[in-house]
Design a binder for this molecule. Structure first.
Ligand code: NAD
Length: 255
């Protein structure tokens, strides 16, 4: 059977852990040569090692998605190694809990935390797309998937900066899809529900029972379950899908 991303060059940010790692591994399994980017070098290295151990092709790049020069160098590295850029998963993100601000309301949060949440979760996606779109336009097209969240579709308690950033990602995705459709580039967003990664430790500690009670499937998702949807959105099998969101949340948003 033909693999979904055979011969394509793919880039994944935040690929040293969780959803990004699972996507990078799934893309490689489907035949892509993958640039595994993360702020954390050891995590990116572990992902590359897992891909190579399975017979795939990948390189690690250390890049902070909030740093313009590092983002430009990251995209250049993908093109230099694999000749072009066909697919990108802009996935790096931080939760309020990671910054020690989980559970805070609008009046409680420090501006430093707000700025960092917007910088990584929203501006970082814009900055990556700025360079990825240019690379894709040079070779006639591509597909981008931005990681938003169910927090990009509804409000959630105690995490307003994250909610604001993820709503921004959904809007940015729609606008980019319109602007770049004629160049042959599709842009979509994946909206995961609660997925079992290091990121949700704080949310689960604060309100894990309520979270599981609302999800129709009564369980957390696995990173691999998000990765499958991202691979499909990057593949030619989703050729008429652009400017939209795909929600993968075990039925959380259904209630
Ligand atoms: N886990 C969930 O329940 C869930 C739900 C919805 C959306 N998401 C989103 O999925 C994405 C991945 O999250 P995850 O759950 O896999 O978390 P994770 O913490 O396991 O992985 C996040 C990765 O992003 C990297 N990262 C953080 N800041 C970065 C930066 N400035 N530049 C480059 N890399 C950076 C981290 O080093 C880490 O490897 C995030 O955008 C997150 O908001 C997660």
């Amino acid at each position: 059977m033909t693999r979904l991303l055979e011969g394509k060059s793919a880039l994944v940010t935040g690929a040293g852990s969780g959803i990004g790692r699972a996507t990078a591994i799934a893309m490689a399994r489907e035949g892509a040569r993958v640039t595994v980017a993360d702020l954390a070098g050891p995590g990116a290295g572990d992902t590359v090692a897992a891909i190579r151990a399975a017979g795939g092709e990948a390189q690690a790049v250390v890049a902070d998605v909030t740093r313009p020069h590092q983002v430009a160098a990251m995209v250049d590295a993908a093109v230099a190694a694999y000749g072009r850029l066909d697919c990108a998963h802009n996935n790096a993100g931080v939760a309020a809990g990671t910054l020690g601000a989980g559970g805070q309301r609008v009046g409680d949060i420090d501006q430093e935390v707000w700025d960092r949440m917007i910088a990584v979760n929203l501006t970082g996606v814009w900055l990556c797309m700025k360079h990825e779109l240019a690379a894709m336009e040079r070779t006639g097209g591509g597909a981008i998937v931005n990681t938003a969240s169910i927090a990009g579709l509804v409000g959630l308690p105690g995490t307003h900066a994250y909610v604001a950033a993820k709503h921004g990602v959904v809007g940015l995705t729609k606008a980019a899809a319109i602007d770049h459709a004629e160049a042959g580039i599709r842009v979509n967003a994946i909206c995961p529900g609660y997925i079992e990664t290091p990121m949700i430790g704080d949310s689960m500690a604060r309100r894990g029972e309520r979270i599981l009670a609302r999800a129709a499937m009564r369980r957390l998702g696995q990173p691999e379950e998000i990765a499958e949807a991202v691979v499909w959105l990057c593949s030619d099998r989703s050729g008429f899908i652009t400017g939209t969101t795909v929600t993968a949340d075990g039925g959380y948003m259904a209630s």
